[in-house]
Design a protein around this ligand. Structure first.
Ligand code: FAD
Ligand code: AMP
Length: 473
């Protein structure tokens, strides 16, 4: 086992493992220090995303959607079902297997690329020096020509709702319920809260979300949010805005005290999930003497190319500014590896897509109509409803729309906002167009297969020039 490396990466989430693999591809001797332990007690690669984030949440979203379809919507297709039963433990076990397969895949990729995995806690203790503390408490010092910090983030806790990991949990715990809570409370109606609420609501929970802000999903285009609110309401998600949770009492149930415009309120639930955001993992990451600078919000301070204030020390992923999204961290990981190798690395922060995996899915890239209005940028919008596409109708998925926003003078695509079936996949077309500096006209003149959901994107592009075919412009 070596003690010196070209590159040491702390953290094996999507930002760190991608950085490590790319460094190895570029011929650098690379080690990754990661301390994650899966619930079975086994060390696991992949970080939050693979173990307790993107992947397990999507596995449960998919299972719960399948259940909901079989239980409630197949009859409309002429399919009669009887005796549909739910086995939550099997659902959770399937989710765990998906996670295991994928984290095992990262282990294989490390082997294939000769990336050394050091299980333990990493701490930057000097110029290029990292102390690795194993589970047994033994420490070892390793040296690297460059160090990439990718320690990710963790759920924010609030004093008003301390976790007991049984009745009050965070998103990690919400992926582990072994039975469907009759009444489920969720504090925070952001991306994670809405996804967790969707899972358990589809499986039968009566879900109430308490959101502090007066508007739902503040960063999302308002036209999209209006559709989302209507759909979520139809699904039975009870989203209460402008609610400040002031305290909780745990007994057989959880009593949640909160205040809204009308005054003091109380909610009784069987389980409560706290989903109020995430904070960067910077505790115990470096000794003060190294002089690493954090920004005013506690993230590691970096420039556009993820350089910290220390020479040859970079930071990527959730621990630095920007959206807390796996693909954002992955791109930063690749950029930094290429910069360390003396190549040109770059991340276009203007074209990072966002997705909320509710039903319908919500996806967007670029600027919203509200942002453009506030910045006095002249624009045209083109909107097309999925209800007017044959494929969405055939799928019985006609709720939602595609909205494209282009510059009024240059026609350059400035934003795309989709709520509807497969929005997570459809958004890629807009991302590529924007990456190439394309115009709405480029999309409008591109042939789209019929009948597909992507025709809604095509028609929205035509609608920017008021020439959509399947709607009155
Ligand atoms: P992480 O994935 O957090 O990984 C950091 C790793 O470093 C962990 O293994 C941690 O244990 C380890 N570590 C930390 N400190 C140290 C140390 N000092 N020494 C050694 N190891 C250390 N994003 C999406 O893009 N799409 C989604 O659908 C999505 N869904 C999500 C759903 C949920 C429920 C949650 C919680 C998050 C979701 N996210 C999603 C966000 C996504 O998981 C994060 O943006 C992503 O994991 C960040 O990657 P990262 O590599 O920066 O850090
Ligand atoms: P996200 O940033 O997508 O993870 O969403 C977190 C959500 O939680 C945001 O919509 C916040 O407004 C909301 N939030 C944060 N703190 C509280 C709180 N104390 N009570 C209710 N909602 C909160």
């Amino acid at each position: 086992m070596s003690n010196t490396y070209d590159v040491i990466v702390i953290g094996a989430g999507p930002a760190g493992y991608v950085a490590a693999i790319r460094c190895a591809q570029l011929g650098m001797h690379t080690a990754v220090v990661d301390d994650f332990v899966f619930k079975d007690g086994e060390p696991a690669l992949g970080g939050t995303c693979l173990n307790v984030g993107c992947i397990p949440s999507k596995a449960l979203l998919d299972s719960s959607e399948q259940y909901h379809k079989v239980a409630h919507t197949l009859a409309a297709h002429g399919i009669k079902t009887k005796g549909v039963e739910l086995d939550v433990k099997a659902m959770i076990a399937r989710k765990d297997q998906v996670v295991k397969d994928l984290t095992g895949g990262i282990r294989q990729l490390f082997k294939a690329n000769h990336v050394e995995w050091l299980h333990g806690h990493g701490k930057l203790v000097g110029q290029g020096a990292v102390e690795v503390r194993g589970a047994d408490g033994e420490t070892r010092r390793i040296e690297g020509g460059a160090v990439i910090l990718a320690p990710g983030s963790r759920s924010v806790d609030i004093g008003a709702a301390p976790l007991d990991h049984e009745r009050i949990v965070n998103s990690d715990g919400a992926l582990e319920f072994t039975e469907v809570p009759k009444r489920l409370g969720i504090i925070g109606a952001g991306v994670i809260g809405l996804e967790m609420g969707s899972v358990w609501s589809r499986l039968g929970s009566k879900v109430v979300l308490l959101e502090a802000q007066d508007e739902l999903l503040a960063p999302v285009d308002r036209q999209v949010v209006r559709v989302a609110q209507k759909e979520f309401k139809n699904q039975g998600l009870d989203i209460r805005l402008g609610c400040r949770v002031t305290g909780t009492k745990v007994g057989k149930q959880v009593s949640v005290h909160y205040e809204d415009k009308e005054g003091k309120q109380n909610l009784q639930v069987d389980r409560l999930i706290v989903c109020v955001g995430r904070r960067p993992n910077t505790e115990d990451l470096f000794v003060d003497d190294v002089g690493l600078i954090l920004d005013e919000r506690g993230f590691v301070h970096v420039d556009e190319q993820c350089r910290t204030n220390l020479p040859n020390v970079y930071a990527v992923g959730d621990v630095v500014r920007g959206p807390m999204l796996a693909h954002k961290g992955q791109e930063e990981g690749m950029m930094v590896a290429e910069i360390i190798a003396g190549q040109y690395g770059h991340v276009n922060y203007d074209t990072i897509p966002w997705v909320i995996y509710t039903h319908p899915e919500i996806a967007w890239v670029g600027r919203t109509e509200q942002q453009l209005k506030a910045a006095n940028v002249p624009y045209h919008t083109g909107v097309f409803n999925f209800a007017a596409t044959g494929r969405a109708r055939a799928m019985d998925e006609s709720a939602g729309l595609v909205k494209l926003i282009a510059h009024a003078e240059t026609d350059q695509l400035l934003g795309a906002h989709i709520i509807g079936p497969q929005a997570s996949e459809l958004i890629a077309e807009a991302v590529v167009t924007m990456e190439f500096g394309g115009a709405a006209e480029d999309l409008a003149r591109t042939v789209h297969a019929h009948p597909t959901l992507s025709e809604a994107v095509h028609e929205a592009a035509l609608a920017v020039g008021k020439r959509a075919i399947h709607k009155a412009n």
